[in-house]
Design a protein around this ligand. Structure first.
Ligand SMILES: C[S@@+](CC[C@H](N)C(=O)[O-])C[C@H]1O[C@@H](n2cnc3c(N)ncnc32)[C@H](O)[C@@H]1O
Length: 419
């Protein structure tokens, strides 16, 4: 709500809640206002930055008048509240909140999303990745994308903008990424610089020009446990240095072993270079049959290599929705029985799987579905669609694989209600 202290160009707001996306909620004259750089329980002086919508406004925090007990000095001076709002670096929007409380806020966002978008009542603990508590959630990013402005200056974008902010450090990055990042070195002629420290081999610094051209690099090698994966330099790999390991074990542990049939038509959808196909293959043995489906040809090519030891593994380049619709239309009776016995893992991008994919999956009637999600709202919406079609949320875990940001990873097990 607005309280006394408003001036011509600023208002005083009491922050009541956290919203999805790294912003917080206040009310002003009955309207919702989304505000960054604060947290529930605080009173802040803020400036309205967007009043174009009827239902909500956006504001920026100018000053914290009453801090919450969980406020800490920001882990990144480049993003701290003492900088002008448009000079604050983006990418660490929870960095002013004590780490355990960040997880509590993420828990709240997930529980609330499940209830509002999925009609599901479920509590969940947000688990830390190994080593993060000891390091106060710093030094975990094995890859960072920096931007380059027209003057060649390299840095992150300012929060909610496409303006480069020069910075002296990258506290969320691993020490290898920090050492290699060309901070302070002009890079004229480039648009982006990716700094990647794979778990095997040297750190790479890869520039991309404004036409999207970059030099063709050797594939990266990433190790998960004792297994090595090859990944294209520009391809998808989990960001947190322990994320692939944490999610591999989460997928292996969440499914119901007795329901897993190695000979079934098992699927790893949105499979990248085959991380979760390998997780199932490692758990259930060399005879495991599994197909990965992925839209990027290069990723599929590496998936085929990475999964070569399983004779029953196949890597297909296709869009998941098209692939599933084809399966629904055209499989014969014996393949349909193998699909009904299948375990299906899906790990869609931020937008989620969507209604068409959910409905095709339900049509195939698999024994169990493991859903790995990086967006709580998309997950909740898809879980609601699954529930309406006869697949209930069974187990749910959540992981804090992006400390000091609002991001959250979840792993859910779905099982049919009428089996
Ligand atoms: C979140 S990543 C997961 C990759 C892999 N499971 C992993 O953990 O390494 C999502 C993957 O889905 C792919 N993708 C995005 N949209 C897709 C679609 N409609 N059909 C198939 N793959 C898609 C992306 O290229 C990306 O590799």
């Amino acid at each position: 709500m607005s309280i006394s202290g408003d001036t011509a160009d600023s208002i005083v707001l009491e922050i009541s809640n956290v919203a999805h996306g790294g912003v917080f909620v206040a009310r002003h004259e009955g309207r919702v206002v989304f505000v960054p750089d604060t947290m529930p329980g605080e009173t802040v002086r803020a400036r309205i930055t967007d009043d174009s919508k009827k239902s909500f406004w956006r504001a920026e925090t100018l000053e914290v008048l009453t801090p919450a007990p969980e406020r800490v000095p920001h882990i990144w001076s480049a993003a701290a509240i003492d900088r002008a709002p448009d000079e604050r670096a983006g990418g660490a929007e929870f960095g002013h909140i004590a780490l355990p409380h960040q997880r509590e806020l993420k828990r709240h966002v997930l529980v609330d999303a499940l209830q509002r978008f999925g009609g599901i009542e479920r509590d969940v603990e947000v688990e830390a990745a190994p080593g993060d508590d000891e390091a106060n959630g710093l030094g975990y990013r094995s890859r960072v994308s920096l931007h380059v402005d027209e003057e060649g200056r390299v840095g992150p974008f300012a929060a909610r903008s496409h303006r480069v902010v020069p910075v002296d450090d990258l506290p969320l990055a691993t020490s290898a990424v920090q050492q290699a990042a060309p901070l302070g070195t002009p890079m004229p002629g480039l648009e982006r610089v990716d700094v990647i420290a794979p778990s095997v081999g040297a750190t790479r610094v890869v520039g991309t020009d404004p036409d999207g051209r970059r030099r063709a690099g050797e594939p990266l090698v990433e190790r998960v446990g004792t297994r090595e994966f090859q990944v294209a330099e520009e391809g998808f790999w989990q960001v947190h240095r322990h994320a692939a390991d944490v999610l591999t074990r989460a997928v292996q542990d969440i499914l119901v072993d007795d329901e897993f049939d190695p000979q079934a038509f098992n699927l790893d959808l949105y499979g990248g270079v085959g991380l979760f196909a390998a997780a199932l293959g490692d758990k259930f043995g060399r005879t495991t049959r599994i197909t990965t489906v992925e839209s990027e040809t290069t990723a599929t090519d590496w998936a085929a290599e990475n999964l070569a030891e399983w004779v029953g593994a196949q890597a297909i380049t296709d869009r998941v929705d098209r692939y599933l619709q084809r399966l629904v239309r055209s499989v014969g009776a014996s393949e349909r029985r193998r699909l009904q016995a299948a375990t299906i893992v899906l790990d869609p991008p931020r937008s989620g799987a969507g209604k068409n994919v959910v409905s095709a999956l339900v049509d195939l009637h698999p024994a169990q579905i493991v859903y790995v999600a990086c967006d709580p709202v998309a997950l909740a919406r898809d879980l609601g669609s699954f529930r309406d079609a006869g697949y209930e949320l069974d187990r749910l875990r959540a992981f804090d694989l992006f400390p000091h940001t609002h991001h959250l990873e979840s792993v859910a097990l779905l099982r049919p209600t009428n089996r």
